[in-house]
Design a protein around this ligand. Structure first.
Ligand code: ATP
Ligand code: MG
Length: 434
């Protein structure tokens, strides 16, 4: 729940001060009113500062963020689950990095008396200052059990966002780049996506083509779920070649029918090509095989979306050598990364100033990451569901497509009592006329 502390502008701040003075005058012993009563203790200092223009006028120059007659404008402040968020208009002449550099965010945290302050641009000239007293993503989140609910392939439930809402991920008409150091939780993101699309796999609307160049160890347990499962260089290349062929055929069909987007059907399902740790291929592929891999991947990424061929590529190292096509992935997920430069490789130039801090994610919270999507400049901090091996097995059991050759099971069928002449509804007591 979001509680607005106060919506303030310079004028309202002045009004609030008057209100304060007024309160000072009327409260006497035994009738004390605490205007900050509803505010958590660890945010009271901050609340007292942002609602008091005199305090702000002391703070801005000390932090080098404003001077007499040239104060940043506090627009609003509200309590959120993780702490508080303050919207501020910058002073003319300031740069974004004047606010987002590590020294300034640290100085703000010390001044407000909170463990962490994050600053990101909300729109040109405006900032969102987040006072974080509590990490809503600190604890692992288990998904609800497997279910046969409907699936929106453009909003697949993958985990939770830091504001407590569900993390929904676009899979159809998208490609997803998933980068994270070893142990950062890439496997859990992939399994969470599989879980999310599970009912559509079972119903035949999604075919997962899995490439596990690490030797098939991580995804071997899901073999029944994958329509194609390859782990050798040759196997992966022939799978990608086939995906390119399907893509070409569908594109030709759509063109001749004058249709711009393929809608998955059971006959022509979404083909989801998942590649876990593409760089592992380099360890044993020849130079020619690597070049062919890049060529095929480039084709799928540039032409696959509209025809229902999506790629998810997971990587430990997001450098250009391992993944030259960052800009062809409309959805990018950065889990814990070792270096700020790697965050930039995943999320682009300036992403740190817009709030993507993959390199600051501690190794105690695997599955936590920042998601960026084409069309939005902001990043969303998320945590994928934690999927244990047992839960992965449950997912495989629940969503494996039913083999066509098996007869449908008949409940309580006992061959000894089978009477071929018996007609239900006529020969029993519940005949139609009864
Ligand atoms: N979402 C999560 N919540 C809680 N714990 C998690 C989560 N994801 C992963 N873990 C823990 O972290 C460990 C490593 O996760 P995972 O195997 O998914 O990482 P990875 O990025 O795939 O690593 P590698 O690059 O070595 O394959 C898991 O065994 C699990 O214990
Ligand atoms: Mg892994």
């Amino acid at each position: 729940m979001v509680t607005v502390i106060v919506t303030v502008s310079a004028v309202v701040v002045a009004g609030l001060m008057l209100w304060w003075r007024h309160l000072d005058g009327v409260t006497g012993p035994g009738r004390e009113v605490d205007p900050y009563a509803g505010i958590p203790v660890d945010l009271r200092t901050a609340a007292m500062i942002v609602t008091d223009a005199r305090q702000l006028a002391l703070m801005w120059p000390v932090l080098g963020l404003g001077s007499e007659g040239n104060w940043p404008n506090v627009l609003s402040a509200e309590l959120v689950e993780a702490g508080a968020v303050i919207d501020v208009q910058m002073v003319g002449g300031q740069k974004l990095t004047d606010w987002t550099n590590d020294e300034t965010t640290d100085a703000l945290a010390q001044y407000f008396g909170v463990p962490k302050v994050l600053v990101a641009q909300s729109s040109p000239g405006f900032l969102r200052i987040e006072l974080r007293t509590f990490d809503t993503l600190a604890a692992a989140v288990s998904p609800a059990g497997v279910a046969s609910t409907g699936v929106d392939l453009e909003a697949v439930e993958t985990g939770i966002r830091e504001d407590g809402r569900l993390w929904l991920l676009r899979v159809l008409y998208a490609h997803i780049l998933l980068a994270g150091a070893t142990g950062s939780g890439k496997g859990s993101v992939l399994w969470s996506i599989i879980r999310g699309i599970g009912p559509a796999i079972r119903a035949g609307y999604v075919d997962v083509w899995m490439a596990d160049p690490k030797g098939g160890m991580e995804f071997g347990r899901g073999e029944r779920l994958w329509v194609r499962f390859e782990w050798t260089a040759d196997g992966i290349l022939s799978m990608l070649t086939e995906a390119v062929e399907v893509m070409g055929n569908r594109a030709a069909m759509l063109r001749s029918a004058g249709i711009r987007k393929h809608v998955p059907t059971v006959d022509e399902p979404l083909i989801l090509v998942v590649i876990d740790e593409a760089a592992a291929l380099s360890a044993y592929a020849t130079r020619e095989q690597r070049q062919e891999f890049e060529r095929l991947l480039g084709l799928l990424l540039s032409q696959g979306r509209a025809v229902g061929v999506s790629v998810i590529a997971a990587l430990q190292d997001p450098s250009k050598e391992t993944m030259p096509f960052r800009q062809l992935f409309p959805v990018r997920i950065g889990l814990r990364l070792d270096e700020p430069t790697q965050t930039t490789m995943v999320h682009g130039q300036g992403s740190k100033d817009r709030g993507a801090l993959c390199h600051e994610i501690p190794d105690t919270t695997p599955g936590v990451g920042y998601v960026g999507e084409d069309g939005t400049s902001e990043f969303v901090r998320v945590r994928a569901y934690w999927i244990t091996d047992e839960q992965a097995d449950e997912i495989v059991d629940a969503y494996s497509p039913i083999p066509m050759s098996l007869p449908a099971p008949v409940d309580d069928f006992d061959p000894a009592t089978f009477d071929p002449d018996f007609i239900p509804g006529e020969d029993d007591a519940q005949g139609w006329a009864a």
